[in-house]
Design a protein around this ligand. Structure first.
Ligand SMILES: NC(=O)C1=CN([C@@H]2O[C@H](COP(=O)(O)OP(=O)(O)OC[C@H]3O[C@@H](n4cnc5c(N)ncnc54)[C@H](OP(=O)(O)O)[C@@H]3O)[C@@H](O)[C@H]2O)C=CC1
Ligand SMILES: O=C(O)C(=O)[C@@H](O)[C@H](O)C(=O)CO
Length: 279
């Protein structure tokens, strides 16, 4: 059963309203967790070359109980392989690791502006899409300047920008830029990776008022602001809980209270893409 039937459109890509994060799910134990996620109703999966779990994600999804065409499988290019030929080899390697015939979505993981090769990496992703290795291409952690540079250099707009986004870091300006350019905004660490956000008294109060959980408040908020959250949970009950938010009615007071939680310095690990480098 697909518990997140709503979609967000951008360009030619349509994705479920909520996807599944796989960071930290590795090796054989990951297989059951990811198969369980499919059974829970997830269809959009997020992995990365650097998570070292493309093998587990691919194996789990190849043996999943739903047809391949219902699944959207994502991976990402690491910063150490932005140079064109290395990027192509890395995308090919991602695909081989998954054992799939194609990936649905491939992203540049971080812009790494100090390295300065993200336009070259983008040209490699465009080629990979033309060759059918990947069906859709996008970026992660890109700021407006980085996106503008890609679009001006190639004329090709990323279909997705996956960014840090949660009630303590709401990214209104970046979301508006993405929206204006038809780019889908996906949210990483949508639950703040279970840090103090889940104990926040404002969110706890809203959860109590609606007789739901704080993660449900937060995930419903994501879908209402047009963000596609990618919560990770290894727990089957939490997987279902996180996906069962479509019928929740947050009112104007709730939304105003959540909007007021935004903090200029709200990034969990202070990873500002203008300066942060991840290889
Ligand atoms: N592009 C990028 O740079 C980045 C991308 N990502 C992607 O985003 C995904 C999600 O982000 P992530 O950092 O994993 O953090 P999340 O915000 O998804 O939080 C995951 C944590 O929340 C817990 N959790 C999940 N659901 C519940 C619930 N209902 N109640 C209580 N606790 C819950 C999980 O524990 P448990 O498993 O025990 O339920 C886990 O500890 C990643 O897995 C990855 O795919 C993440 C970081 C950066
Ligand atoms: O998980 C990812 O995709 C990352 O890019 C990590 O760097 C992430 O930001 C993290 O794990 C921070 O501790």
């Amino acid at each position: 059963m697909n518990r997140a039937p709503a979609v967000t459109a951008g360009g030619s890509l349509t994705v479920p309203a909520i996807g599944f994060g796989t960071y930290g799910l590795n090796g054989l134990p990951a297989l059951d967790v990811i198969r369980q996620a499919v059974a829970s109703g997830y269809r959009l999966f997020d992995s990365a070359f650097n998570y070292e779990n493309e093998g587990a994600v691919g194996a789990a999804l190849r043996s999943a109980s739903v047809p391949r065409e219902e699944l959207l499988i994502t991976s990402k290019l690491p910063g150490r392989h932005h140079a064109h030929d290395e990027a192509i080899a890395t995308i090919e390697e991602s695909l081989l690791r998954t054992g799939l015939e194609y990936l649905d979505l491939y992203l540049i993981h971080w812009p790494n502006p100090g390295v300065g090769l993200y336009v070259e990496a983008w040209q490699a992703l465009i080629e990979a899409r033309e060759r059918g290795l990947v069906r859709h291409i996008g970026v992660s952690n890109f700021l407006p300047d980085h996106l503008t540079a890609l679009m001006e250099a190639t004329g090709v707009t990323p279909e997705v920008n996956q960014i840090e986004l949660h009630p303590y870091f709401q990214q209104e300006t970046q979301r508006a830029f993405d929206r204006e350019h038809g780019i889908i905004t996906e949210a990483w660490s949508p639950l703040g990776r279970a840090t103090d956000i889940l104990q926040d008294p404002v969110l706890t109060g809203i959860a109590h008022k609606h007789q739901i959980t704080v993660p449900q408040v937060v995930l419903r908020w994501h879908t209402l602001i047009g963000s596609v959250p990618l919560p990770k949970s290894a727990d089957p009950q939490r997987q279902v809980q996180n996906l069962t938010v479509a019928g929740i009615s947050l009112d104007e007071d709730d939304l105003a209270a959540i909007a007021a939680l935004d903090r200029p310095a709200g990034r969990i690990w202070d990873q500002d893409p203008a300066t942060y480098e991840e290889f």
